[in-house]
Design a protein around this ligand. Structure first.
Ligand SMILES: NC(=O)c1ccc[n+]([C@@H]2O[C@H](COP(=O)([O-])OP(=O)(O)OC[C@H]3O[C@@H](n4cnc5c(N)ncnc54)[C@H](O)[C@@H]3O)[C@@H](O)[C@H]2O)c1
Length: 273
């Protein structure tokens, strides 16, 4: 269903890799709600080609940018403002990557060059993006910036590896930069802490199948899907949430406030028999 929530709003959407990506679903929903945007991803991800389909479907231009490069981000922001015909109302940061995770390197045996690269891609890129937007005064008043995160920033999930630290850093950047963006430009900055979701990034985490099944059984409403995350995100881009800022918002079917569920208890008790 469409509510015209984003009619006339302009933005940038980072991180649509394929149809499973949270950013992909969000781009489709923003389009349905009347928003216009530029799609962006790392040049290397572009080569896989499927983002072109999304661009066609939503009538969007693609501007490649490595989110760790301030130079690329400056070109992206200037290009988006020009292409869309004015300052921006929303930005989605939907980017994550850990080489330690990808190469199966244990948390207690990090390759720190990889750790640094992962931090730059997954967290510092959010600061860089906001700094470019802020310095170039590229956001309209009452605009909204959202990044995606995971609860491993607060609680231990052993196989999430260094991504847990990257997410803690990302959430802190949202608060710290969000203060200045709010005070100086009336722009809000939030993170959405999403359930485990079967995407390329999600499935890269060791033991993902167990992880997602456990979360499903623990959450009174079940896991939130990528589609539901897109629905939630458009509310944060809309004018209906103007005073929500500096928040880490759990979108997880209730998982984050659970101790144990009956279903998980039953599975455990059955195992003991
Ligand atoms: N899938 C999950 O279980 C889950 C749960 C909570 C939060 N998240 C977060 O959601 C966000 C989106 O991930 P997803 O699950 O849709 O997976 P995804 O793999 O579809 O998206 C990750 C994106 O990051 C992009 N990226 C990587 N390096 C980049 C760089 N240098 N510059 C620009 N883009 C770069 C990739 O090309 C890809 O499009 C991530 O922040 C992820 O951590 C995912």
């Amino acid at each position: 269903m469409s509510y015209n929530l984003l009619k006339g709003k302009r933005g940038i959407i980072f991180g649509a890799l394929d149809e499973n990506s949270i950013a992909w679903k969000t781009a489709e929903r923003v389009h349905e709600e009347g928003g216009t945007f530029v799609l962006t991803n790392a040049p290397i991800a572009m080569r896989m080609g499927s983002i072109n389909k999304l661009a066609e479907k939503t009538g969007s231009k693609i501007i490649p940018a490595d989110a760790t490069s301030v130079e690329d981000l400056e070109k992206l922001v200037a290009g988006a403002v020009e292409e869309l015909g004015g300052k921006l109302d929303f930005v989605l940061h939907s980017i994550g990557m850990s080489i330690n995770v990808r190469k199966g390197r244990h948390y207690t045996d990090q390759n720190y060059d990889w750790t640094q690269k992962g931090t730059d891609v997954s967290a510092m890129s959010f600061h860089k993006t906001m700094q470019v937007l802020y310095k170039h005064d590229a956001m309209n008043e009452w605009g909204s910036i959202v990044a995606l995160t995971y609860m491993a920033a607060q609680r231990v999930f052993p196989d999430y590896n260094d991504m847990a630290d990257n997410k803690a850093y990302l959430e802190s950047i949202a608060r710290s930069f969000g203060y200045f963006f709010g005070r100086d430009k009336k722009v809000r900055v939030n993170t959405i802490s999403q359930s485990p979701t079967p995407t390329t990034a999600g499935q890269g985490v060791k033991g993902f199948d167990g992880f997602i099944a456990y979360a499903e059984k623990m959450s009174p409403l079940g896991n939130a899907t990528a589609q539901e995350c897109a629905d939630y995100t458009i509310t944060l881009f809309s004018d209906l949430t103007k005073k929500v800022t500096l928040q880490n918002l759990f979108h997880d079917g209730g998982f984050s406030n659970m101790g144990v569920s009956n279903e998980v208890m039953e599975a455990f008790v059955n195992e003991q028999k």
